[in-house]
Design a protein. Structure first.
Length: 350
C-alpha cells in the first residue's frame, strides 16, 4: 500500500474533532498530519504526531500536505476552500460547502481548472441505513417507488448561544441537516423537477430555521424531506412506498453517537448496532409477506478511503462537485418557496 494521504485539518471544533480527525486517522489510507486551530491544546493532546498551527496560511505553508479539510463555521467555507484550491491543494469541505449555489460552482470550476479534487463532505452516504435503502431500491423488491420520506428529527427546545443558531452565519436546520437529506435523495433519484418547502423558526428565542419540510417532485414520485428541532417522539427515519410494497426504518445511524462516545473505526462494534427495518411486499404469488430487513453497518471510513483512491489512483470520487451545487440550488429554492408560497422548478446551475 502507498504512503497515507497527508491531510491537514482546518478547524478542530465539534466537526473536526468528531467527524473528521478520528475517521481520517483510522480509515487506513490517510493520516492527520497537521491541524490548524486557535485552541491548540486539545489537538496536541489527541494527535501528538500532528503539526499544530494557528491558521490556514500556516497550514498551506506545509508543503507535504496533500489535502486540506475545511471544518469551520459555515460562513467561512467558501473563502477558506477557495484559498486552498488557489494554493494548489486538494480540498474537502464540510457541509454546506458554501452558503450559495454560485459559490459552490465557483469552487467546482476552480478545482477543475487546477486539476484538483473538491470533495463535498456528504458523509451520510455512508450511513448504514442509507446503504441499506440504496441496496433495497436497486433490488426492485418495492417495485416502482412512488413515495420516499426521509426524516432527521431531534428534540432540542433550548436555543444555545452558538454560531449554528445564527441565520447570518449559515446556521439553522436548512443548512445543517438539509444538505444530508437532500444529498441522499439526489444520490438515489437524481435531480428533481420541482421544489416546494416550508421553512420556519418555531422555538422560543430562535434565530434560524428549526423546522424544514421539503418536497421534491419527480414524475411519478414524491420525495419528502423533513427536519425538526422540536420532535420528542421521532417518526421513522425512512418510509418508502412502491407498487409492490413498503419499507420503514426507525432510528438514526449509530456512527455519530459512537464517535461522540470515543469509539473509533476499527473498534469492535463500530458502525454496527443499527436497528433493522420492516419490509412488507408482494411475493412471487402476489401474496403480502412481512419481514425484518437487517440494516447494514455504517462505513464513514469509506469517504476518506474513496478520497485517497481519487487522489492517488485517479478514481472518480463518489460525491461530485455538481452534487454539492445541486444541493445548494435546492436549499436556495427551498428558501424562495417559503417566501413565495409556491412550488418552484429546479434548474441546474452549471
Amino acid at each position: 500500500m502507498s504512503a497515507p494521504l497527508k491531510t491537514g485539518l482546518m478547524g478542530y471544533g465539534f466537526a473536526g474533532a468528531t467527524f473528521h480527525a478520528p475517521v481520517i486517522e483510522h480509515c487506513g489510507r490517510a493520516t492527520v498530519a497537521a491541524i490548524a486551530t486557535s485552541k491548540p491544546e486539545p489537538a496536541r493532546a489527541d494527535y501528538p504526531r500532528a503539526t499544530v498551527v494557528p491558521d490556514l496560511d500556516a497550514l498551506l505553508a506545509l508543503d507535504d500536505l496533500q489535502c486540506i479539510v475545511i471544518a469551520t463555521p459555515n460562513d467561512t467555507h467558501f473563502d477558506l476552500a477557495k484559498r486552498t484550491l488557489e494554493a494548489g491543494k486538494n480540498v474537502v469541505v464540510d457541509k454546506p460547502v458554501t452558503l450559495t449555489a454560485t459559490e459552490a460552482m465557483t469552487l467546482a470550476n476552480l478545482a477543475l481548472a487546477r486539476g484538483l479534487t473538491f470533495a463535498p463532505f456528504h458523509n451520510r452516504r455512508w450511513d448504514g441505513d442509507f446503504l441499506t435503502v440504496r441496496d433495497l431500491l436497486a433490488s426492485g423488491e418495492l417495485g416502482r417507488v412512488t413515495h420516499y420520506e426521509s426524516h432527521f428529527d431531534r428534540f432540542r427546545p433550548d436555543v444555545r448561544p452558538r454560531w449554528r443558531e445564527e441565520a447570518s452565519r449559515g446556521g439553522g436546520l436548512l443548512f445543517d441537516l438539509g444538505p444530508h437529506l437532500i444529498d441522499q435523495a439526489l444520490a438515489l433519484f437524481g435531480a428533481p423537477a420541482t421544489v416546494s418547502a416550508t421553512v420556519k423558526t418555531y422555538r422560543d428565542g430562535g434565530g434560524a430555521p428549526d423546522y424544514v419540510h421539503l418536497q421534491l417532485g419527480y414524475p411519478g414520485l414524491e420525495v419528502v424531506l423533513h427536519a425538526s428541532a422540536l420532535t420528542a417522539l421521532a417518526p421513522p427515519r425512512f418510509a418508502i412506498d412502491g407498487t409492490r410494497g413498503s419499507y420503514v426504518k426507525r432510528e438514526l445511524d449509530t456512527q455519530e453517537d459512537q464517535l461522540k462516545a470515543g469509539l473509533r473505526p476499527g473498534d469492535a462494534g463500530f458502525g454496527g448496532g443499527n436497528a433493522a427495518g420492516l419490509l412488507r411486499v408482494l411475493d412471487a404469488n402476489n401474496q403480502e409477506v412481512e419481514r425484518t430487513l437487517p440494516t447494514r453497518d455504517g462505513d464513514y471510513v469509506g469517504f476518506y478511503q474513496a478520497l485517497a483512491a481519487t487522489i492517488f489512483d485517479g478514481e472518480r470520487f463518489p460525491v461530485r462537485p455538481q452534487d454539492a451545487v445541486d444541493v445548494m440550488t435546492i436549499i436556495e429554492l427551498a428558501a424562495r418557496s417559503e417566501e413565495e408560497g409556491q412550488r418552484l422548478p429546479f434548474e441546474r446551475i452549471r
